[in-house]
Design a protein around this ligand. Structure first.
Ligand code: SAM
Length: 277
């Protein structure tokens, strides 16, 4: 990976350039990625290609990471900027995920990945908890289909249709579950409603805790931090997960690691772990 300075970020991020010099149209529809239709179409395209080419899951995941990215493209790790290839980014993401899960002291029976997309994290969750059932939940049906196709050989992994704002039957009868999300809560219109559900599960003794790799507004008052807050506001992303978790009596936030990794350096994932209070 090649270190990148903040001064040169606009050369590698159309959004950074647009925010700092907002002439003309934005690089894309600002709110595209808070609309499930965008994901539905994206996963549908990948699923069709996966079926057509008959590719193995790893090849498909690598192709997804490379799609629409510059090679190398801008990423962030712990508030430092780099240029990384798609393969390097995939390695960074997997390392951040392993590190996030390694910090879980409890022993869950079930790990639920809510808003699991096409299931990119499901294999790592299964590897981190070899005795647990791994359950993915996703709104976009093409994401559910693709995740099932990619994990067809893993008996412990199941994937279901799920709506954060619908019923949570996915968790019916589940004991000692670990709740996981990555990049999903930030896309939702009502984070408080979701965190209320986490708190209810914690209060009922149904969960051992939660691990989130989510963009949250824990930004420092630096040029990069303020640029990130501006970016989230313009794109309609929610950043209130951390504050909402901290506000619930039933939940104790046990660790926060800002900018664990940023596939998009303007919208990095912060690691948040919690357990029932
Ligand atoms: C940025 S993607 C992250 C996907 C996955 N967690 C990952 O790490 O690759 C956000 C995901 O949240 C899903 N999502 C958005 N709104 C949802 C809802 N109301 N219920 C369930 N999933 C939802 C989207 O369809 C999308 O797959």
């Amino acid at each position: 990976m090649i270190p990148l300075t903040l001064d040169t970020l606009p050369d590698h991020s159309e959004w950074a350039r647009h925010l700092l010099d907002p002439v003309g149209d934005p690089p894309e529809d600002p709110e595209a990625y808070t609309d499930v239709e965008t994901y539905e179409a994206m996963y549908g395209g990948i699923l069709a290609e996966h079926r057509e080419r008959g590719a193995d899951p790893e090849t498909t995941i690598r192709r997804v990471y490379a799609a629409g990215r510059d090679d190398p493209g801008a990423v962030s790790v712990r508030e430092r900027l780099f240029l990384a290839s798609p393969d390097e980014l995939l390695a960074l993401d997997r390392y951040a995920l392993r590190a996030a899960l390694a910090g879980v002291s409890a022993d869950p029976d079930t790990v639920v990945d809510l808003g699991c997309g096409y299931g990119a994290a499901l294999g790592s969750l299964a590897a981190a908890f070899p005795d647990a059932a791994v359950v993915g939940g996703e709104y976009a049906t093409s994401g559910v289909d693709l995740a099932r196709a990619l994990h067809a050989d893993e008996e412990r992994v199941t994937v279901h249709e799920f709506d954060f704002h619908g019923d949570w039957t996915l968790l019916d009868g589940v004991d000692d579950a670990l709740v996981f999300t990555r990049g999903a809560v930030t896309t939702l219109p009502d984070v408080d409603e979701v965190v209320d559900r986490f708190a209810a599960l914690a209060a009922a003794g149904d969960v051992v805790g939660g691990v989130h790799l989510e963009p949250v507004d824990a930004h420092p008052e630096t040029t990069l931090g303020l640029l990130r807050r501006h970016y989230a506001r313009i794109r309609g992303y929610g950043g209130e997960l951390l504050a909402a978790l901290e506000a619930r009596d039933a939940i104790e936030v046990t660790s926060v690691e800002y900018d664990a990794v940023g596939a998009n350096p303007l919208h990095p994932h912060t690691l948040v772990r919690w357990r029932p209070a």
